[in-house]
Design a protein. Sequence first.
Lengths: 220, 263
Amino acid sequence: MTRIAVVDYGAGNLVSIEQALSAAGAEVVLAHGADSFADADALVVPGVGAAGPAMTRLRRRGLEAPIRAWIAAGRPFLGICLGLQLLFEGSDEDGAVTLGVLPGRTVCLSDAPRLPHIGWNQVERQRAHSLFAGIDEDADFYFVHSYAAAPGPGSEGVILAQTAHGGRFVSAIARGSLAGVQFHPERSGRDGLRLLANFVGLAQAGGAASGRTRVPVLAR
Amino acid sequence: MLRVRVIPCLDVANGRVVKGTRFVDLTDEGDPPTLAERYAVEGADEIVFLDIDAAPDGRGTLLEVVERTARRAFVPLTVGGGVRSVTEMRDVLRAGADKVSFNTAAVRDPGLVRRCARRFGSQAVVVAIDARRRSGPDDPSGGWEVVVKGGREPTGLDALAWAERAVAAGAGELLVTSIDRDGTGAGYDTPLLRAITDRVHVPVIASGGASGPDDFVAAVRDGGASAVLAASIFHRRRHSIADVKAVMAAAGIPVRLVIGAAR
């Protein structure tokens, strides 16, 4: 069975993510420290709220370096909402320095008619990816946020999908075994469960592959 | 394009869904997770639980109900009623809620809104405003007063000024209930909604007074609401969520249509 470690660093609701991944066929472990990663096939970093307090809690638990190392090794990873934003270098929300795996920053949604962006919205895919296999092009997913990742020059290639709310923002990224979604698949009904099941499938394949594609991670 | 949300509200007391005109003549309507799951299947975009008991010794029951619901219905869940501290909000979120709604506690201590928004983010903090027309139910000219304790206690606060203050304190969403219309089926108080949506930049959920799909259309078109909430019309199966959404879609309002949703 595919074993997925969900990083628990006190950033909100883990019940639904745990339940949704279990429903998708995974064995879920809540990881409070890096020792729980060891025998996992994939890592999921969820999270809501501001980047600063989240990074403080990740660092306090000694999770920053292990998460960077996990991604650099090309092992399967999914960031959800704040978990996607933290992959970039910093956040305009509170000036926090984040994981810095990918070049770019987290910025406030521009030209949004109302903020936070709360509710169901479409996810316009820029390219095909197995994360969205079997999901209709016009499927809606649930969002609840005011900031989104803005990949820096040279890393635009990570963009997998965009969503419109006033201006357009990045709603999904993928590079190698690294993926992130701004929406909440665990709260997005049947389509969300399908996306998580697709991720579990990728994790299974990634865990079995002998030669992993390393993801270039920014140096510290 | 962002969809307008349709939200069924479940009044919960002692771990059961109850109905009646909010706080009187309560009748037992069943198990909250079962009803929440049914609504999710029918196309609810979000579920609101209002803990109308909110007695301190009932918290454990509520948390257990929230967790069972989160394990069955994969749609967002907002919980309101009786949360008075950052720690209590943390417990409700940990149990599986996505947002917590504050009403009386926020009026008494706006600093609570600020502290919770700082800790969990504005997107998780909803302020519920119960408003009553000052010049009588048929006359919006005198403005609206905030009332608390289920409409029983006037506060003297102007509802529009309080809406702005609540957002400044960190509320990421407002749930605006017309006490004049609640339980009457006379339609949402669209002048109230419009006055508030013109003043704040956060999403506003309309509540109180729905009797049919046309009321939902008016709340969005005339009131500027981002979401519409109702209780009895769904519980009593007078209209299904899919019916309401079909009428909204026909009126040109963007809604999430769930394929195969029961009508």
